[in-house]
Design a protein. Structure first.
Length: 138
């Protein structure tokens, strides 16, 4: 199985080889989809981890015990659904297919499992409804 998640590394550990340890010690495949890392500051990764459920759970515990903040994409990327006018601008910008509009309700739908935190929806939305907290620790 695969799980997509955002990892935020506090400043003190951003230089340590944690993803390497995930692969070598925990036998989990790590696919890095996006990275924002600056030496001495918070580092952030969007990763897809692949392994069986037990290995993934141990890998997550290993990350947390090393001070890494582990968040599902849905907690970091969201939009204000109540104010959405379903204009479709963000759907055109979202090349990963995470945002869709279609039958039967013709309302915007967000699939966090397809989101790659590219932030293109931020500028595409005329209502400025998107919130993306990729590089923040909260
Ligand atoms: S951040 Fe990128 S991939 Fe995610 S919903 Fe917005 S446009 Fe789509
Ligand atoms: S661009 Fe904004 S208003 Fe338009 S469908 Fe997307 S979220 Fe809704």
């Amino acid at each position: 199985m695969t799980q997509k998640m955002i990892l935020n590394f506090p400043a003190g550990i951003s230089g340590t080889p944690i993803t390497y340890e995930l692969i070598r010690v925990h036998d989990v495949k790590v696919n890095i989809l996006k990275a924002e890392i600056q030496p001495g500051q918070i580092g952030s990764l969007l990763v897809e981890l692949e392994g069986d459920q037990e290995k993934l759970e141990k890998a997550k515990q290993f990350l947390i015990s090393n001070g890494v903040r582990v968040s599902p994409v849905s907690s970091k990327v969201s939009y204000d659904e109540k104010r959405c006018i379903n204009c479709g601008n963000c759907v055109s910008a979202c090349f990963s297919g995470a945002l869709t509009i279609g039958a039967p309700d013709w309302k915007l739908h967000f699939n966090p499992e397809k989101c790659i935190a590219c932030k293109l929806c931020l500028t595409a939305c005329p209502q400025k409804l998107f919130r993306i907290e990729f590089s923040t620790i909260n």
